[in-house]
Design a protein around this ligand. Structure first.
Ligand SMILES: [Fe+2]
Length: 268
């Protein structure tokens, strides 16, 4: 419990998202799947060490639920079997992590979810509109890249479906993550770090990182702060007060379309 109080324990949780797909994926030839939870201890040198992995297969029509916790084999408990089971448990977590990275962190959160902003901007904002001019360089090539991805990578029988362990269910997992996890006001880097327990906001409003040597957060926040400063200065130049935003019919139409058409099932 001391480790929990001192924020030395971290969990990589691939249980809830993957579990509904486990039995379906297991019916595909030549593949298998579990839901996993991996527990890590933050060591004195600032590195995360895996200390336990739980693998779960839910109940199916013919079998009861199966769940087991694996730990690194050491000391008098060491056995060849235990050691290999630990290696295999780690391999399962790495596979789920790779799948999550590509299907959720990469495709969903960087490529896919930005499309509604681009489409609505092209439909609702004049090319001379200051917000269009601000956004255009960032999404200049996105639709083209995404179209290529739909042709080759995420299409039925495409590269992702034929090489990722969830097979033809890969994109369905991405969609499930969108439904369960994606939320506009939690996607900003600082909010994302807080939501994942990797940072807390101090009383002075500054973020305190749970792991000091975490380049994704440290470097990412530098980039985030620079972009935020630049975008804020730019927007403030054109919009002196809230009424300017309310009265901008193009801007209002853009934001309405983003919420109600682009992210129709996420609208507030
Ligand atoms: Fe990419």
């Amino acid at each position: 419990m001391q480790a929990v109080a001192k924020k030395k324990l971290f969990m990589l949780d691939y249980h809830d998202l993957y579990l509904p797909f486990v039995n379906k994926v297991r019916q595909l030839e030549g593949t298998t799947l579990y839901g996993s939870r991996a527990l890590f201890f933050l060591a004195g040198d600032g590195t995360l060490r895996p200390i336990a992995i739980e693998l779960t297969r839910p109940k199916s029509a013919s079998k009861p639920q199966w769940r087991e916790v694996f730990t690194p084999a050491s000391g008098h408990k060491a056995s060849i079997t235990g050691s290999w089971q630990w290696q295999l448990a780690k391999a399962h977590v790495v596979c789920l992590d790779t799948g999550y990275h590509q299907l959720v962190s990469h495709w969903l959160r960087t490529h896919c979810c930005v499309e509604p902003y681009i489409i609505a901007a092209n439909r609702q904002l004049s090319q001379m509109h200051p917000i269009y001019r601000l956004l255009a360089p960032s999404f200049r090539f996105t639709m083209e890249i995404n179209a290529q991805a739909r042709k080759l990578l995420i299409n039925a029988d495409g590269i992702i479906e034929s090489t990722f362990s969830p097979g033809k269910y890969s994109m369905e997992i991405s969609s499930a993550a969108y439904a369960e996890q994606w939320q506009f006001d939690k996607e900003a880097l600082p909010e994302d770090l807080i939501r994942r327990g990797m940072a807390v906001r101090g009383e002075d409003g500054k973020l305190e990182l749970a792991i000091e040597d975490y380049p994704y957060a440290n470097d990412g926040l530098l980039v985030w702060d620079a972009i935020k400063q630049w975008a804020s200065d730019y927007v403030a130049h054109y919009y002196a007060c809230a009424a300017d935003i309310v009265d901008d019919v193009e801007l209002q139409a853009w934001w309405k379309e983003v919420r109600t058409k682009g992210h129709a099932d996420k609208k507030d």
